[in-house]
Design a binder for this molecule. Structure first.
Ligand code: WQD
Length: 337
């Protein structure tokens, strides 16, 4: 079975390639290396013993996408990660996000829907919920007006896929991630640090390593037990495994609807201070941090109701916050050695 993974050398993409290869799938990784590096291929090979076929394609180039699918018309499914994902950058440069996250998706879907087997897994995000009214968040929670162009591209992407699936053979699963963190236990692959990290965990590990002076905790005046914001931090390997299970569900025609949606989280919320405490415990490092004002656009609280993924997908997160942070720290030390 040949599976295409777009963004296959990226953070979640590379971990998913490993898990697909571990399950015996033949994988083609597409990446334009705008937010990853070719060395990730070697890391994947060191873990799973084989390298995926790699195609350096920019999915914004329609002809390149058409040529790819002409060459690989026997593809059984596509997992689509390729997208820009920095919330702040999307506010500064919306057109980059609409071109990269929407045009590319449309070009891939145009080819997908011509294939005999059209199984499509879409990388979505809990960001579509905005600040949900009820915790934990179920898949029925309303999609709120997006707080950023990045979030809007995820909402628009889901709508495009839903419209396309209605009138084509394509079957699709939308996976709404909560907060992916950590790295493969081998420390052969992980989150590649390009520029100043926007996300909490890479900023923590870079601060602990001495690359950053201190962590700024964005607000401790939220209506939460310790005043800092709460998120659902899920290990990237647990997340990757969910993609393989979701793809297998479509390949086995077990999906009930043409488009199914699943929240992927641990079901447990952790505050920023709890993440810091957990990191200090597993790393033995004292973290330098200071409390500053809230970050524009941040929500108070988000953690997943995992019943649907547990009961229908047959998947649940296995790794704890401590294990996730320990793997992130091991990765940080490895890439700096
Ligand atoms: C987590 C918490 C911050 C940095 C975003 C996207 C989401 C997904 C994950 C792509 C918040 C606090 C952070 C720092 C801090 N991205 N924080 N100091 O904002 O929940 O989600 O990234 O798929 O779609 O929306 O993640 O890691 O940026 O922040 O205090 O230096 O840590 O305020 O409470 P977020 P995050």
């Amino acid at each position: 079975m040949k599976i295409v993974v777009t963004g296959g050398l990226g953070f979640i993409g590379s971990h998913t390639v490993v898990e697909l290869q571990n399950e015996g799938f033949e994988v083609i990784a597409i990446d334009n290396l705008s937010n990853s590096s070719i060395e990730v291929l070697d890391g994947i090979e060191r873990i799973s013993g084989k390298k995926p076929i790699f195609e350096n394609i920019d999915l914004r180039e329609k002809a390149a996408v058409q040529n790819f699918f002409k060459k690989h018309s026997d593809v059984s499914g596509v997992i689509h990660f390729a997208a820009s994902k920095a919330v702040g950058e999307s506010v500064e440069n919306p057109l980059l996000y609409y071109e990269n996250n929407i045009n590319a998706l449309v070009y891939v879907l145009q080819e997908m829907t011509q294939l005999e087997n059209s199984n499509f897994i879409f990388s979505s995000s809990c960001t579509v919920y905005g600040q949900a009214e009820v915790m934990p968040i179920t898949e029925n929670a309303s999609v709120q007006p997006a707080m950023s162009p990045y979030g809007n591209t995820k909402q628009i992407g889901e709508e495009i896929i839903t419209d396309v699936a209605k009138v084509t053979k394509m079957n699709s699963i939308l996976l709404r991630y909560f907060n992916p963190i950590g790295a493969h236990e081998s420390a052969e692959i992980g989150e590649l640090p390009l520029g100043v990290p926007q996300n909490l965990v890479p900023f923590i590990t870079q601060t602990a390593f001495g690359l950053r002076k201190e962590l700024s905790v964005y607000g401790n005046d939220y209506p939460t037990p310790d005043g800092t914001a709460i998120r659902d931090y899920i290990h990237v390997v647990d997340l990757a495994k969910a993609h393989v299970i979701a793809m297998q569900r479509l390949l086995d025609n077990k999906n009930i609807d043409k488009v199914e949606t699943f929240n992927l989280g641990t079901g447990t919320g952790s505050s920023v201070l709890e993440v810091i405490q957990s990191f200090e415990k597993v790393s033995g490092e004292k973290l330098n941090y200071k409390i500053v004002g809230r970050r524009e656009g941040d929500i108070t609280e988000a953690y997943a109701n995992t019943d649907k993924a547990n009961n229908i997908l047959g998947w649940s997160a296995k790794l704890s916050l401590d294990e996730s942070l320990a793997s992130a720290w091991k990765w940080e030390q490895k890439i700096r050695s």
